[in-house]
Design a binder for this molecule. Sequence first.
Ligand SMILES: NC(=O)c1ccc[n+]([C@@H]2O[C@H](COP(=O)([O-])OP(=O)(O)OC[C@H]3O[C@@H](n4cnc5c(N)ncnc54)[C@H](OP(=O)(O)O)[C@@H]3O)[C@@H](O)[C@H]2O)c1
Length: 337
Amino acid sequence: MKAWQLTGFGRENLVLNDVPQPEPGPGEALVRIASVSLNYRDKLLYDGSYNPHLEFPMTQVADAVGEIVALGPDTHRFRVGDRVITNYCTRWIDGQPTSKESLYTLGNTIPGALAEYLVLTEEALVKTPTYLTDDEAASLPCAALTAWFALVEKGGLTADQTVLIQGTGGVSLFGLQIAAATGATVIATSSSDEKLERARQLGAHDTINYAKTPEWEKEVLAATAKEGVDQVLEVVGGSNLTRSLKALSVGGQISIIGVIDGFDATIPLFTAIQKHAVLRGISVGPRRALEDMLRRFDQWQLHPVIDSVHSFAEARKAFDRLEHGGFGKIVIRVRSA
Ligand SMILES: NC(=O)c1ccc[n+]([C@@H]2O[C@H](COP(=O)([O-])OP(=O)(O)OC[C@H]3O[C@@H](n4cnc5c(N)ncnc54)[C@H](OP(=O)(O)O)[C@@H]3O)[C@@H](O)[C@H]2O)c1
C-alpha cells in the first residue's frame, strides 16, 4: 500500500512510499482510510520540535475517517463495514490519563493515517455520525475535541459566558462554533479582515485584527465593558499568554493549548492573583469525551469548517497550506472513490 512517510526532519522529507499492508492483531481493526485532516502539530512533527526522538520512517497524520475492512481476534466494539474516526490519544479512554496513555499518538509514536490502510486498537476508534461527510468527519478528532474538552468539559461553558478565540485555525474555529452553538458571546482575532468577516458569519460577535492591533487585549476589554472574557483558548503561547491574562475576567479560565508563538512564557503573577485566574493545560481529550462531543454535534448538526481538500497524490500541497495557515481544517482525501 501507499503511505506518506517522514524519512527525516524537514517537510522536504515527506515521501510517498510503498509499504506492506498491515494486518490486524488481537483487539485491532484494519481501517481503509477515506480522508485525513492536518493539524499544526503535524508541522511541529516534521520541524522536529514536537518529538525530537521521532523514529524514521514514520507514516504521518493523526486524524482520520475510514471504513473497517477487517477485525482481529478478541474484538467486540465494531463490525466490518462500520465507518469510524480515530481518537487522537489512542489509549486514553476516560478519567485522568497516565503519562503513558498520552504518549500513543498516530504519526508520532505509532504509524499515522496518511496511508491507504491503518491498523489500530479498536479502543481508539469511534463510530462516525452519519450526517457528516468523510472530509468533515476527518476534521474532528484532535482540533474539535481539544476545543470541546477545554470549553465545555473543563471550562463548564454556559450561554452567559464570553469566549476569546485566537486566529482562525482548526482549534479556534471549533471553539467559535461550539461557543456560538451554546449561545455564548464570542470575540475572535485574526491577522486577516477577510477571515474576520467569515468568523462573524460563523457567529463571532466582536472581531479584532491582531496584526493591525498588536495590543488586542485592550480592545477585548473595551468590548466587554472592561470586565474581560470568561474563557480563552490560548493557541498562540509565548508572550501572547500575558495579553490573554490581561483580557481575562476575574475568575476567568485560560486553556493553555498551543505554542504557535513559543513554548515558553513569562506571566505577570500579580495580574493572575488579582484575577483569580485559572490556567489549565489541555491535551486533547479522552475517547469518552469525543463520544459526548459527537452526540452534541449531531444534535446541533454542527458542520466543521473546511479550508481546502487535497488529493492523496498531492498531499504536499496540503502541507504547504498548513504552513500558510488555513481558515479551518485542511483535508486530504485518501480514497478517491
Ligand atoms: N494541547 C492540545 O491538546 C492541542 C490540540 C490541538 C492543537 N494544539 C496546538 O494549538 C495550536 C493551534 O493548532 P491548530 O491545529 O488549530 O492550528 P492551525 O489550524 O494551523 O491554525 C493556525 C492559525 O493560528 C493563527 N495564528 C498564528 N499566529 C497567531 C497569533 N500571533 N495570534 C493569533 N492567532 C495566530 C492563524 O490564524 P489567522 O490566519 O486567522 O491569523 C493561523 O491560521 C498549535 O500550537 C497546536 O500545536 C494543541
